[in-house]
Design a binder for this molecule. Sequence first.
Ligand SMILES: *Cc1c(COP(=O)(O)O)cnc(C)c1O
Length: 395
Amino acid sequence: MQNKDICFETLLLHNRHKLDPATGAVSVPIQHASTFHQYDIDQFGKYDYSRSLNPTREALEDVIAELEGGVKGFAFSSGMAAISTAFLLLSAGDHIVITEDVYGGTFRMVTQVLTRYRIEHTFVDMTNLDEVKAAIQPNTKAFYVETPSNPTLKVTDIKAVSELSKEIGALTFVDNTFLTPALQKPLELGADVVLHSATKFLSGHSDVVAGLAVVKDADLAQKLGFLQNSFGAILGVQDAWLVLRGLKTLHVRLQQSQNSAIKLAEYLNSHPLVKSVYYPGLKEHPEHELQASQAEGPGAVLSFELNDEAELRTFVSNVKLPVFAVSLGAVESILSYPAKMSHAAMPQDEREKRGITNSLLRLSVGLENPDDLIKDFSQGFAQIRHEQLVLQQGE
Ligand SMILES: *Cc1c(COP(=O)(O)O)cnc(C)c1O
């Protein structure tokens, strides 16, 4: 199934599902049927019921497995459905070592749902391998990595964590939403399960909610396939098709957005009203080199902190180009306020411990001309200056 002779961007188009073998159609047919006629009472065909297997969903599952370099892919109704189903690989009494700045929905699942089933966890700063080692317990069965992390863009050494995990016979899960296989391939670095919110870069157009999982070996494929069918949070066929379509342009979208993100990060980094910029593409990022060694680039998401919440409010109400919204990884730039959006599920003290302050903004860079974004941001900052002057004159 693996096609190692062609480049990633070529594989996006020329994979197993390039053509429909029945008609030669250059787009995967959408098969709406929920059930399939069986011609033989003793021997059923490959498809019997669409929760278990559906040809359209299967095409997406094949394609993502090929792109991530895994043996099997699974498509779910959301990123959280993929992540939650993967957690069902664990049992009561098991323990997870998990990155502290994990996606807010994953935080909620681990702290408020899995605990009720006696699946325990320890949050660690995964950039610190000593802290990761110290968190290991006799019942540790999984390591949960998200890199770069959300929203402070910390980078975890996937290979090092996978090695620690292997030593104790645990599984390594990696949420690869931010970089996608276009930039990072966790399975090649030793991970066992790759998870995605396909709602983001993979589909790329802010028009579908979807999740994917890819596993490295046949044994895990059998287990996760069993869980996907048992829990039943599968992706619908129209949505599977939308993700398949989005995938064809993944590489060009991400390259373009990443180039613009590098430009914007440099602009923000030199702006006097910006307190700090979190982006692994910047040389001063503490894990800049690690990022360069394990991924093809720093990605298209960055965060930046302003001086205080009042300045942030002025900035947000004056910038015009990016949509101000939850989510990321789309053709349009998306500016989000993690404290009240992606991390609203996290209590304020937990958030602040992780650097997710009330003056932090996250930017997912889209396909606009970066100079237009810089111009827009500049007028947003100018408005902050203007208000400061008005205040001073009033004093
Ligand atoms: C959005 C997101 C999720 C959750 O995915 P949904 O599709 O919204 O359920 C998980 N992890 C990361 C990093 C995300 O950005």
